[in-house]
Write a protein that binds this ligand. Structure first.
Ligand SMILES: Nc1ncnc2c1ncn2[C@@H]1O[C@H](COP(=O)(O)OP(=O)(O)OP(=O)(O)O)[C@@H](O)[C@H]1O
Length: 306
């Protein structure tokens, strides 16, 4: 496997605000890499440095073999970047917006026209090509924005929280589009503060918080190393749970209890035994799969949604 993107010990401050501190990760060709973290964690700053929009203070960033500081023009030609802010001409049609962006990237004439048809197909908006972008919802605008970043057939596409504030249908289109791009061998870097998006899309995830990567790996690795294992129980007749061995933490939920433990089967056995002895009716007893939510919680002590 070859690394398309290598970030090593990247640091950046805005005045006295240290936005990134020794951030390192690498992204393999044809994979989707997720930067997962809460607002203000440093995701956009990382992406802007990769694309050469802003300068780093320290560290190295190599994009498709090019240095992000010295070879910006090369990177611009080979990378597609979708910033958080949508930038489109509201009065122009979707097609004409794409002509404008295509020409910016140096694509012209019949080649551009063909490519516009392809990218509109890819984002599922071929039937809206002639409509003014001003009549589009946020989700449709975002999809045109993504289409614009794909016109020059980039080998790497960088998407900064592309699903914030958009409708579920557009979100699904974006997800499908990312999967199709990956099948074509395009590498994707995707930032989000939605854990379920990172879980659904990304082969590799770096969790970033307060400007630092606090954990990274495949979803399985993160869940194995940091995910909390729990048993969930709902029962009629208990006002509180009986004494159970090996319990790390008990959280009362609306209808039952979430019991964190490394001894799942033993805990379930103890619950079953106690319920039988005490004539308690158990409505639900199940192992809860660890999730990125619990990974984030065990690493930071806070919830990603806080
Ligand atoms: N131009 C700037 N000047 C000063 N501080 C900035 C600037 N841009 C970002 N910051 C600060 O740097 C930190 C990282 O911001 P960044 O935008 O990279 O985070 P993020 O993870 O992308 O979050 P968000 O989703 O809110 O954009 C934050 O504390 C932010 O307030």
């Amino acid at each position: 496997m070859t690394a398309v993107l290598e970030v090593e010990n990247l640091s950046k401050a805005y005045g006295s605000k240290q936005a990134l501190r020794n951030v390192s990760f690498s992204v393999e060709a044809g994979t989707c890499f997720g930067l997962l973290g809460p607002n203000g964690a440093g995701k956009s700053t990382t992406m802007k440095i990769i694309t050469g929009i802003i300068d780093r203070d320290d560290g190295t960033v190599t994009v498709l073999g090019h240095d992000s500081k010295r070879e910006r023009e090369e990177i611009r030609k080979k990378v597609g970047y979708v910033p958080q802010e949508i930038t489109l001409y509201e009065k122009l049609s979707a097609f004409d917006n794409l002509v404008f962006f295509g020409e910016l990237y140096g694509v012209r004439g019949p080649v551009l026209k063909k490519r516009i048809d392809e990218v509109l197909e890819l984002v599922g908006l071929a039937d809206r090509a002639k409509d003014a972008v001003g009549t589009f919802s946020g989700g449709l605008k975002r999809r045109i924005n993504i289409a614009a970043a794909l016109l020059h057939k980039p080998k790497l596409i960088i998407l900064d929280e592309p699903t914030v504030g958009i409708d579920p249908q557009s979100r699904n289109h974006i997800f499908n589009m990312i999967r199709e791009l990956k099948e074509e061998g395009v590498t994707v870097v995707y930032s989000t503060h939605y854990m379920e998006e990172a879980e659904a899309l990304c082969d590799h995830i770096a969790i970033i918080d307060h400007g630092q990567v606090i954990a990274q790996g495949s979803l399985e690795e993160l869940l194995d190393n940091y995910g909390r294992k729990s048993v969930y129980v709902e029962a009629e007749g208990w006002s509180e749970l009986p004494q159970l061995p090996h319990v790390k933490q008990i959280k009362e939920e609306k209808r039952g209890w979430m019991i964190e433990t490394d001894h799942l089967l033993e805990t379930m056995n103890s619950i079953t035994r106690a319920a039988l002895e005490q004539d308690i009716i158990v409505h639900q007893l199940e192992i809860k799969r660890p999730s990125l939510e619990t990974v984030f919680l065990s690493l930071t002590g806070t919830s990603l949604r806080d």
